[in-house]
Design a protein around this ligand. Structure first.
Ligand code: LMR
Length: 330
């Protein structure tokens, strides 16, 4: 069948590698939300001079303007030519090429990400309306939780094609999975390929069958129990940070994961990267935003990669799709 052929041809999962090509600099990068994650994204992108202009937007009075000023004060050291500006109103997204949305509440210990659905949907609606009217050609990267549901909401409000509304989470979850496997096996993360699919929530689906250590299957290096512990670490990683902080969630790994997507869009990285996108039949799933590997380019998502999965892994993806559908319906 068609699906069989697809699966047979699908490449093994490989971690994205640095491209030898010269990366393109972005025009305007707008960050809606200049808290922990947004601030770190601004810091990393300005230091690497990834955009001509970085705009920070936050409702906290003076916050975004102060961070922008602080960042501009680094240019005498970094030599970065990109300018940062900050303000409190959403019209500042005007003409942005890429918009990253981190605004909204973070969960507290004991909460699931899904508990944030109502409060953060309001934030996404406001942001989405401004994006639709002020930056109709932008690619939007959603970071606000619950990730898959908020990405769905952003798609709905902007009316953008699925190529231009991406959720950042798979890259983060895959990095956590890869880190856990590397620590457990006592090898460098560079020796580990691993990917996590599905929701960025309770139904996350790390994919051990596609993971390798030094190019070999996991069972060459790790017991079944050890692999299970790594899968659990990937799923609970965000919650572990929340539990330690007591107030607020992770800010560093989510920022790096977002920049990984931006790097793919500007040609600094090539190969498939895990990202949350609307599925139109891929993996046998229709009309749900879910984490899958995809190729990205200047205009956002180019192509979804269909990996061959085990029956259990496919079932886990479908379970995630059903859970997201249910949460959006209620
Ligand atoms: C994360 O995974 O770090 C984020 O989704 C924040 C959270 O609530 O865990």
């Amino acid at each position: 069948s068609m699906r069989r052929t697809l699966y047979r041809r699908a490449p093994k999962w490989q971690a994205p590698s640095r491209s030898p090509r010269k990366a393109r600099r972005l025009g305007k990068l707008a960050l809606i939300g200049a808290g922990g994650v947004g601030g770190n994204i601004a810091h990393l992108t300005s230091r690497a001079d990834m955009a001509e202009e970085i705009v920070l937007i936050d409702i906290a009075p003076g916050m975004a303007a102060a961070t922008a000023l602080d960042l501009n004060h680094t240019s005498g050291i970094t030599g970065a030519a990109g300018r940062c500006i900050g303000g409190e109103t959403l019209d500042l997204v005007s003409g942005a090429e890429v918009i990253v949305v981190t605004a909204g509440r973070a969960r507290s210990p004991g909460m699931t990400r899904a508990d944030l659905i109502d409060v953060n949907a309001r934030v996404i609606r406001q942001a989405g309306e401004a994006i639709r009217s002020e930056a109709p050609n932008a690619v939007v990267i959603v970071v606000t939780n619950p990730l898959d549901e908020m990405t769905t909401e952003m798609l709905r409000v902007t009316g953008f094609p699925r190529e231009r509304v991406l959720g950042m989470a798979g890259t983060l979850d895959s990095s956590r999975f890869r880190n856990a496997l590397a620590m457990m096996a006592g090898v460098s993360p560079a020796d580990v390929d691993a990917i996590t699919l599905g929701s960025h929530g309770e139904e996350m689906a790390p994919i051990p069958s596609r993971a390798t250590i030094k190019g070999r299957p996991l069972n060459v290096f790790l017991s079944e129990e050890q692999v299970k512990a790594c899968v659990k670490d990937a799923i609970t990683g965000g919650g572990q940070v929340v539990a330690l902080k007591k107030s607020g969630s992770a800010t560093i790994a989510p920022a790096h994961a977002t920049i990984e997507l931006i790097d793919h869009m500007r040609g600094a990285r090539t190969g498939p990267v895990p990202v949350s996108v609307m599925l139109n039949g891929e993996y046998g799933i229709d009309d749900v935003v879910l984490g899958v590997p995809a190729h990205l380019g200047q205009g956002g998502m180019i192509k979804i990669e269909e990996l061959r999965l085990t029956e259990a892994e496919t079932a886990a993806l479908h379970t995630a799709a059903d859970a997201i559908r249910t949460r959006l319906a209620t």
